[in-house]
Design a binder for this molecule. Structure first.
Ligand code: APR
Length: 401
């Protein structure tokens, strides 16, 4: 769906940008606008403690790490993150390492949990004098198609407030209000249910591996992801809609031991206290265009992707940089090109990431249809045996371009 071309106007009484949501997308935009001297305000539903402790994604692509570095936002990340250069496919108890760094001119992943990214971005924004309102509720958007839209909300002390602005950055995640404020039919929404459930587990257990493990087992996929020296994330393929109560801790560990087992090896899985356990139904969603008038959608508000491939937070950061650059050129060079092109530019990367994530989902999961299961197996053998296939995977996986 095409949107009207944006007219260049400056409304001196309106704040340039209201950002809704203080996740990676919202806080990255806030920092970049601050650096570009474009005033903005961030409205966040949660408390500061909530956003700084909410465990979610954990892997920064090489490209995202470089982006943070370029903007002077990477100091703590570079000293405290772990860099990763290889992953392992564990097929029926046999390990196959894939060194993606070697295949992508030395590019690496940075393991740095999302709450740390958020903590750093928030601190930098506040140190620079940034304006953020926590614990806002009942956020409403008005006049998104007009030159001066407005945003109203109830602040933490119960006062109703309103701000006129020139642009709204919808960075409030999949369940936020900004996408829902768009009238039905004004944008196109693409949804895909993958027919796969994951039991997602966060445990206070030191990692039992130095690299991410994707294990294929006759009973389904198991994943061992890294978060820190004391916390690990695990995934188990389960039926769609599975009840988390069917998975007491002992069953989780025994299933992880079974699916991650390595033949002819003394490798063991270290257990720990399970601190989060939930079922995710694997789904993808994309909104086109990522804009409605002067409302721009970023990150999870515009697209969600399966955790396979670790692209979610990276896409959110990319949207933020494209959007902030476009806003800076609007205010400093009177150019509307960046804002007109924002959606098309971001969607190219979004769809490429969706394709990669779907490919990985098919690669490592047990499929109920034996024919499709065999196809996945053939694809994996090719990945292991062909250097060209592995190099192509490596570039996409590590975010090398
Ligand atoms: N009003 C204000 N804030 C809101 C509202 C609302 N109505 N609804 C949600 N929020 C806030 C949430 O509390 C959260 O802090 O918006 C923020 C959204 O943050 P994320 O969900 O982390 O979304 P985003 O910044 O797009 O980052 C994408 O999500 O794909 C996953 O983990 C992956 O890293 C990726 C991240």
């Amino acid at each position: 769906m095409r949107q009207a071309h944006l007219e260049w106007t400056i409304q001196s009484t309106a704040l340039p940008v209201v950002i809704i949501g203080a996740g990676p997308a919202g806080l990255m935009v806030a920092n970049l606008l601050q650096r570009a001297d474009v005033p903005c305000v961030v409205l966040e539903r949660g408390t500061r403690e909530y956003i700084e402790t909410r465990p979610r994604a954990g892997m920064l692509e090489d490209r995202s790490a470089r982006m943070l570095e370029r903007h002077g936002l990477a100091d703590r990340m570079l000293t405290e993150s772990d860099t990763h250069t290889a992953c392992e496919f564990r097929i029926d108890g046999k390990a196959h390492e894939l060194n993606y760094s070697e295949l992508s001119d030395g590019k690496t992943h940075f393991v740095y949990p999302q709450q740390e990214v958020v903590t750093d971005l928030l601190r930098q924004y506040l140190d620079g004098g940034g304006d953020i309102r926590f614990e806002v509720s009942d956020v409403e958007l008005q006049d998104q198609l007009e030159e001066t839209p407005s945003v109203s909300w109830t602040s933490s002390d119960g006062t109703r407030e309103q701000l006129d602005c020139s642009f709204i950055a919808g960075c409030d995640g999949f369940h936020g209000v900004t996408r829902k404020s768009i009238p039905a039919g004004a944008v196109k929404e693409f949804t895909h249910q993958h027919g796969i459930g994951w039991l997602s587990i966060l445990a206070e257990a030191p990692p039992s591996t130095e690299k991410v493990i994707y294990a294929l087992h006759a009973d389904g996929f198991a994943g061992h992801m890294l978060r820190s020296s004391t916390v690990s994330r695990f995934y188990l393929q389960v039926p769609v809609g599975e009840d988390v109560d069917n998975w007491p801790d002992e069953k989780v560990w025994s299933e992880l031991h079974k699916r991650l087992a390595l033949r002819d090896s003394d490798w063991t899985l270290t257990e720990g206290k399970i601190i989060e356990k939930r079922v995710l139904d694997m789904r993808s969603h994309v909104v086109e265009p990522m804009r409605y008038g002067r409302l721009y959608l970023l990150g999870d508000a515009a697209h969600i992707i399966t955790p396979m491939g670790g692209k979610g937070m990276n896409l959110a950061l990319n949207d933020a940089e494209v959007f902030a650059d476009a806003i800076a050129s609007y205010y400093h060079h009177k150019s509307t090109t960046g804002l007109d092109d924002y959606s098309a530019v971001c969607l190219r990367r979004v769809w490429r990431a969706q394709e990669f994530s779907q490919w990985m989902v098919d690669l490592v999961h047990r499929n109920e249809q034996p024919f499709l299961s065999r196809l996945g197996h053939a694809r994996l053998q090719h990945l292991i045996q062909s250097r060209e296939a592995a190099a192509s995977f490596a570039h996409m996986y590590v975010g090398a371009n």
